[in-house]
Design a protein around this ligand. Sequence first.
Ligand SMILES: [Fe+2]
Length: 200
Amino acid sequence: MSLQDVFIEEMRDLYSAENQLVKALPKMAKACSDAELKAAIVKHLEETKGQVERLKQAFQILGKKPTGQHCNGMEGVVAEGKEAIESDEEGAVKDVQLIGAALRVEHYEIAGYTAAIGIAKELGQKEIAGLLTQTLNEEQTAGKTLLTSSKTLLKQAGSEDDADEEEDSDEPEDAEEAESKRKSEEDEAEAAPELQKRKK
Ligand SMILES: [Fe+2]
């Protein structure tokens, strides 16, 4: 496999990731209570549509099709975001959950674009590197905007009265939560042998 092939794979992965987000971000925006946070996500949805176009342009330059690779990583990140969207919480607490999900999305993309830009430069694909850098800058700005929103919302969430709510239980409420709990215990058990080797 040549570096050019790796590049096409990375770019197709990004193209799939952005398309998944075009579908997911409206749901995330709808689930927000805070008007500023909602506006930030709607703004980023519009930017994301432009990012899809930039990737199409890049594929035109390469003379290749943009489809061919589904981004499993973004599928996982979006699935975690769905948990925040569907959570029974409301107000600032739910917004804080949504910010956690949105930050994961942005940082996953930042990693993908940073990797792709490095390869584009190595391959001498200056125009594509320029397009990808424009998108990377938008992702970084979106991440910073989310952090700014989180400052006020964290304070609100911390002071919201929780007194009338039942004590949250650690016990799974349905089959999906039970499976998630089982897997998390498996994660811990599988890490244990390596953790025991930790140098003190
Ligand atoms: Fe994006």
